[in-house]
Design a protein around this ligand. Structure first.
Ligand code: FAD
Length: 448
């Protein structure tokens, strides 16, 4: 390894790259990482973390209203976006510092600049410096896709949304995935008028249909305006500062902000990968084997840039598996079965394992159990919002193959229940567990 300046050069200090860097260094490798924006990556700087803090901030709108039913004299409250925004951004700065410190403490050399791959063992930094390494790990993540039509450059993406100068009175959110629905919930709770625009009438494709239908129904009741089966014709800037939006099959309307949440594209453009022989798929993602190795032996890739499962805990596991396998003499591969996921909407939803339709296609015989209930707190608060829990079991063995829920704290509850699903427990094992009363999660062991 002495012929190379480093044993490992990592491109991207996000979830996957940071984990791979620090664990490889702890295994004794000489590691360097290049980061062109901020150490921490999407999740910490402009994804999961600031988003979840906005979700907490937004939910106070309901909590403050409900508190009156619980006897609290809550005066009329006013929301100040700049206070929430600045506190969230300060926390992001804190985390950025912590991530940098962790890399420093592990002896990882950080280059705060853009890097490109210029050989199987060589990267070139924006400054022009060339660095050699025995292995290169591409952990460059993904970026928001913005559709191409007249005026689409007037919109923003999740990269900019955390920095808005003011809360938009009217916001159009394009997309039907989790990021679109989460921001629709956030802005709606904070008092913006939200219009969600989608090409189809399916939101949250891939989630169980009963759960996503319930979210749609609750979101409509809460005032989110959905426009389905439509496409953008154009967006024009108005003198008032707002925008005039023209969609197919709808009358034009005005908004103050357009947010595109229309998918994420792997960051491989201009990275030099194809030039050195790294195979990319038709979406530009790095093709890797189960050990995260690309078609070039010395180049590996983890996280969103491989477009397998675009979630932080998955990128982290891939980074860990890479470091343990290549430098730690502890080879292992990531197990992609039963990955839990959540949508931090209002109320949130979460799921693990197969949806009802997936299970029917795969297993043929399935048993479905449901609990459709109003959380005790919502009853007293006079909030007409029902939770729904759904358990999918193998019709032959009784094994729980999927668990899906929407309701208060669903992601917190599902993380614990996902252990049982991953362990392959049966419905019977759930039934034998005594309920913890009064909770919402007791519905998990009482499902009929
Ligand atoms: P990233 O974390 O994106 O890191 C890649 C890094 O590489 C970036 O910092 C980038 O600047 C850097 N980089 C790229 N190219 C170069 C280059 N050429 N040279 C130098 N540096 C480069 N996931 C969840 O699990 N839960 C959530 O609740 C959740 N919420 C999300 C909300 C939003 C709004 C978004 C956008 C994403 C969310 N995600 C969530 C997804 C999650 O953020 C990603 O899956 C995760 O960050 C992927 O990690 P990564 O290491 O692959 O890439």
């Amino acid at each position: 390894m002495a012929d190379f300046e480093f044993d490992l050069f990592v491109i991207g200090a996000g979830s996957g790259g940071t984990r791979a860097s620090r664990v490889s260094a702890a295994h004794g490798a000489r590691v360097a990482v290049a980061e062109e924006y901020r150490v921490g990556g999407t999740c910490v700087i402009r994804g999961c973390v600031p988003k979840k803090l906005l979700v907490y901030g937004a939910h106070f709108a309901e909590d403050l209203k409900d508190a009156r039913r619980f006897g609290w004299d809550v005066p009329d409250c006013h929301f100040d976006w700049t206070v929430l925004r600045d506190n969230v951004l300060a926390d992001v700065d804190r985390l950025n510092g912590l991530y940098t410190q962790t890399l420093d403490n592990n002896g990882v050399e950080i280059f705060l600049e853009h890097a490109t791959v210029t050989g199987p063992h060589e990267v070139t930094l924006a400054s022009g410096r060339k660095i050699t390494a025995k292995y290169i790990l591409v952990a460059s993540g993904a970026h928001p896709h913005v559709p191409d039509f007249p005026g689409s450059d007037l919109g923003i993406t999740s990269n900019e949304v955390f920095h808005l100068n003011a809360l938009p009175k009217r916001i159009l959110i394009a997309g039907g995935g989790y990021i679109a629905n989460e921001f629709a919930g956030i802005f709606n709770e904070l008092g913006s008028h939200v219009t969600l625009v989608n090409r189809t009438d399916v939101i949250l494709r891939g989630y169980d249909h009963s759960i996503r239908d319930r979210l749609l129904q609750i979101s409509i009741t809460k005032g989110i305006d959905f426009r389905f089966h439509t496409d953008f014709k154009k967006i024009e800037q108005l003198e008032s500062g707002g925008f005039r939006v023209e969609l197919t099959k709808h009358e034009p309307f005005e908004v103050d902000c357009v947010l595109f949440a229309t998918g994420r594209v792997p960051n491989t453009r201009g990275l030099g990968l194809a030039e050195v022989g790294v195979e990319l798929d038709d979406k530009g993602a790095v093709k890797v084997d189960a050990d995260n190795r690309s078609s070039v032996d010395s180049i590996y890739a983890v996280g969103d840039v491989t477009n397998r499962v675009q979630l932080t805990p998955v990128a982290i596991r891939e980074g860990q598996a890479f470091a343990d396998t290549v430098f730690g003499n502890k080879p292992h591969q990531v197990d992609y079965s039963c990955i839990p996921s959540a949508v931090f909407s209002h109320p949130p939803m979460a799921g693990v394992g197969m949806t009802e339709s997936e299970a029917k296609n795969k297993l043929g015989s399935v048993a479905v159990y449901m609990s459709d209930f109003r959380a005790m707190k919502n009853v007293l608060a006079d909030r007409h919002e029902r939770a729904l829990y759904k358990m999918i079991c193998d019709g032959t063995t009784g094994k729980v193959v999927g668990l899906h829920m929407i309701g208060p704290d669903a992601p917190e509850i599902l993380q614990a229940a996902a252990i049982a699903v991953k362990a392959g427990l049966t419905k019977d094992a759930f039934d034998q567990t005594v309920a913890l009363h009064p909770t919402m999660s007791e519905e998990l062991v009482l499902m009929k």
